[in-house]
Design a protein around this ligand. Sequence first.
Ligand code: KG4
Ligand code: ZN
Length: 364
Amino acid sequence: MLTLNKILGVPCRLAKWQIHGFLKSFTFHPEKQLLHKLVLGIETSCDDTAAAVVDETGNILGEAIHSQTKVHLKTGGIIPSVAQQLHRENIEKIVKETLSASGITPNELSAIATTVKPGLALSLGVGLEYSTQLVNQYKKPFIPIHHMEAHALTIRITNKIDFPFLVLLVSGGHCLLAIVQGVSDFLLLGKSLDIAPGDMLDKVARRLSLIKHPAYSTMSGGKAIEHLAKQGNRLHFDFRHPLHFCRNCDFSFSGLQTAVDRMITQKEKEEGIEKGEILSCAADIAAAVQHTVASHIAKRTHRAILFCQQKGVLTPSNAVLVVSGGVASNLYIRKTLEIVTKATNCILLCPPLKLCTDNGIMIA
Ligand code: KG4
Ligand code: ZN
């Protein structure tokens, strides 16, 4: 029913036979109920072409992913038309690989689920176009998926967790705190007023020219900052914490990014190096930026937890904070959040690292 709400809730035209097919596939047959619902998930919202087949018990039958990170690192950011072209070149291969790893044919699928929003329009279009083709060819029901809802619900693959719970989603495109009341029932408590933390870390990594550093040249910006920060001393730089006086759960990262940018320019002058060369204090800057991001995220999350506890949404029996999205794979940020959850008697749950970043499993 909830999935149906979701189908009807998105501005996506579905033919009557698709809706009927979907309803029929969910008619209750106790003897057939288990084992026969296989969903193919397709994800192309940003720079990963991913697919997976999952059954209704959460078993992953097979998956495949093609990451565009290396290409976009070279161009200094995602160029939508380049991402679109790479999705086009890879989607068929990835879906075929997924089906073959799952040991099934398209005919055995119960439905095809695809990210329809939010994301880069050109990238989303490739997944949607390819799924439409499959849906028409094999007469399968279509399930449109909201990318952020998928991130928020991924934890239910690995942990038995009841609604409601609090979720923090931190990625390259988003930053939000929400109460998850049901499969497609979310109450937004706060969001980024400007850019997302992953986007900010990507920009700082580019400004620090980490692509020229052999150890970090193939990593996403956020991951490169995390690794470089291990060798730095965060106390050597002091960046102002965003939204210090705003008593709500919103986030902001663009002011911090500007401050870091200015600091890098100043240090380049002091060290007498050209823009594009690596600063001797790059690790210290990475450590300070990571700390400021972690502590900003932790403070807003702390406020959200206190609010939920005060309103009785999070009770001692369901005091769970789920953290997901690409930036949630940052162990320093996880540790900082652990301090908050310990202090508020909450349980911190994060999906395994590979399920935090974009993947087909969360869509399926
Ligand atoms: O969720 P995701 O794979 O794609 C989006 O939906 O955005 O997140 C990608 C973002 C990138 O900005 C990347 O730099 C960031 O997640 N990221 C990290 C780490 N690994 C990936 N940020 C901080 N620490 C990491 N270890
Ligand atoms: Zn994502």
